[in-house]
Each structure stands twice: as structure tokens, then as C-alpha cells.
Design a protein around this ligand. Sequence first.
Ligand SMILES: Nc1nc2c(ncn2[C@@H]2O[C@H](COP(=O)(O)OP(=O)(O)OP(=O)(O)O)[C@@H](O)[C@H]2O)c(=O)[nH]1
Length: 465
Amino acid sequence: MGTTMTQQDHDERADPAAGLAAGLAAGHRASTHHERDLLRLATAGSVDDGKSTLIGRLLYDTKSVLADQLAAVERASQARGGEVVDLALLTDGLRAEREQGITIDVAYRYFSTATRAFVLADTPGHVQYTRNMVTGASTAELAIVLVDARKGVLEQTRRHATIAALLGVPHVVLAVNKMDLVGFDEATFTAIADEFTLYAAGLGVHDVRAIPLSALAGDNVVDRSARTPWYAGPTLLEHLEAVPVDRDPTTEPLRFPVQYVIRPQTPDHPDYRGYAGRIASGVVRVGEDVVVLPSGRRTSVVGIDTFDGELDVAHAPQSVTLRLADDVDISRGDVLAPAADAPVTGADLTGTLCWLADAPSVPGARVLVRSGTRTVRAILRTVDSRLHIDTLTVEPGVDRLALNDIGTVQLRLAEPIVLDDYAEHRRTGAFLLVDPADGTTLAAGMVGPSTVVGLAGAEERCRAL
Ligand SMILES: Nc1nc2c(ncn2[C@@H]2O[C@H](COP(=O)(O)OP(=O)(O)OP(=O)(O)O)[C@@H](O)[C@H]2O)c(=O)[nH]1
């Protein structure tokens, strides 16, 4: 397989406070690659399932590792007396930082083959780190869920599958790792694959590809294994290269959250006023009628400025500065949308939360809701229901959510915001709950109850299959 050597193994931590929003933004960072040739993926696994080793193996076998990094890993492996190069060392640099109790911590790694570029959100696997999986998977088109072939599907595996479904990740790979420790036994693989596929189907995730692997030895990661003659499917990388990515910005409505108002007031540009931000979804054209939300004022786009000059049309996820026909009052946090097809705004938010804080939610708690570039004060009025991960049933009548719980809530906001239903607007329907006292992230949220309601009854659907 042809590979490029343009390793850009950027290890970056998303801003902890910005959490999901940072995840969204960082996921967009790779827009230098042509969007259609880019696959965003997230990994999830329980502790010690071999996630770091698998990522290391992918980087190593696609020749995405710089020679000096590799030499350092080889030296460290030898110093430990290991015969095999410990590929987990490639990703261990971040481990120490992760263990310092950072709230949200996702490293984005970039690698590419001749066919495609990949952005991989790498998240630690401990049970309390569901929050990282949420952040990492929020922009992913594909989630790799790892299981240890000796242990099979665990509660953590089901939780990861549920979060992938909640977040609308369209493709899931079940990586059945450590096949070398079960003698590459076909029956073991098939039993795990069947159990997971049935559970995922109950969640409405139908594109599940199970692959028998050994991340340590390299079987079926990049190179086909001679030790699984019974497996006719693709290797992990073959699958990652082939999975369809349907990313056509023209099919989504425009959402432009304003990040900055630009008024240079230089002698050259005495009257310049522009609104800078990243197009979250859709397309914007010069001449287009837009509405400013939440104020509802209407105007039209007269210019689209970028560092490379003016454009007639721009689309997500480009960063642009828009000039408007009228001198309307616009500030950071406002959203521009098509005037003909304006989204709903409101101060009463029904949403689905993944509770990420150690302390449970408190009824009546004062919180901040961070949606796009806007942050507003809010009260968490009620918790309406909680989802049981094991049975995929919804439990009504609960009054609080504990760490890792998924449930539906009612929030009352101090000011209206754009309320895009997450089920239809993955980019703009997500929000964060933040503690106003210390800025920690309390929960990742999705506008609309439909995601959890959609999961309710999944058990029956599962049985009916
Ligand atoms: N035999 C065998 N061991 C493996 C395989 N993959 C990983 N391991 C070993 O399993 C242990 C855990 O691997 P890691 O890659 O560190 O696990 P992890 O899931 O990244 O761990 P966390 O990030 O801490 O959750 C290490 O000792 C690896 O060498 C495999 O395919 N076969």
C-alpha cells in the first residue's frame, strides 16, 4: 500500500474548559486536507484493551512515524527487555499528563495514506473518562470500539456503543483485539461479534464491522494476517480507507456563529465592519438574505473575506469574515442563518445529557450553557428520565443524574439561543453545561429528547431481530 510520509502527529489537548466545543473545533482543524478525503475517527476501549498499542500500530505500519520517534521507542522497548517494539510507547507521552485529573483531554493525531487522511481523537479508556469519549466522538464519522478477545463485550463496551449512537456516529468498528491470546479462535471472535452487532442494531447503529486483530503483533491492522484464514473481511486500515464519507455541506442549512466583530478603523478602511467565525454548517453566498439570531434582525451578505482574498461562496468548515448590508447590532455568540429557513430560538431547552461530573446533578442548580460561541446562564429545572445502558430502557421519575448517566432534562435559560435539534444538526445541536463557580464541565448535551427517546424500546427491537 502506498503511504505518504507527511507525519503530522500533533499531540494536542483540547482546552479542558471548552470541552465538547473544543472537540468540535479541533476536529475541524484538519481542513487543509480536502474534506472529502478526510475521515475523522475516535477510539474507545476499556483500560488495557490495547488502544494505545493499536494506534501505535496504525501509525507504525502506515509509516507515519518519524525516524527519530521510532528509534526512541525501540531503545525504550529494548531497555525494558522487550523483544517486540512496544508501540504503546508512541502514544504514552500524553499519559502522564492525562493522569493529573484533567477534566477533558483528547489528543488529535493526524496520519495519511495514499487514499485518505485521518484525524484520530485519542481518548483514555478508564471508566471515569466517558467524558473524553464524548468529546472525541462528537465529530467522528467512525468509532473504533476495542474489546479484549479474552473478556468479550463488557458494560463499558455497551456504554461506548450507546454514546456512539447518541452522538450519531454513523460507522462503528468492533476491534476484537488480543486474538493472539485466544489462539486466533474463530468461534471466540464470532460470539463477540454477534453479541455486539445485536446490541448495536438495537441502538440503531447498523454499520458495524467486526475485525479480529492483534495490535501487538500487527495481525489485520494494516497487513492481512495469515493466522486468521477464516476471516475474509478487510483489515482495519482497508476498512478505514473504504468507509464512505458523505459530507456534502450544501445539504445542510447555514449556521454561522459569530466569533469576533472586526472593526479595524484604519485610514485605509475607515468604515470596515466584518463578522468573523467558522461556518458550522452549510453554505453562504454573497447576496444571500440572512437572519441574525436570537434578535431576528434581517440583512444580507455583501462580502465574504478570507486571508486569501474575497470569495463569492464559502462552506463549512471554512473560517471567513462576513460583511453585511446593514449596520445591525451583532455581537459574539450571535448566529447567522438563512432568512428563508430560520431555526427555532428559545429559552426553554429540552435536552439529553451525558453527566460528566463526579458530583451528581442537583435539581435547581445554576449552570452555564455553552452553545457554539455563546454562553448563557441557566437553571437545570428537572431531570425527566435516565437511560439504562444494560437493558436499553428508559427509567422515568429520577431526580438526578450521576457520573456517566445519560438522561433527559429541562433547562431554563436566561436568554434565548438557537435550538437546533441534535438528531438533525450534529454540528450545532450540541452544548455543554459548565459550572459557573469554577468553569468545570458538568455535562455534554444534545438539544432534543429524541436521541434518548429513540433509544427507548431498543431492547424490544433487539429481541425482535
Ligand atoms: N498479547 C497481546 N497483548 C496486547 C495486544 N494489544 C495490546 N497488548 C498489551 O496490553 C497491554 C495494554 O495495552 P495498551 O495499549 O497500553 O492499552 P490501552 O487500552 O491503551 O490502555 P489505556 O490507554 O490505559 O486504557 C500492554 O501490555 C500491551 O502490550 C495484543 O494484540 N496482544
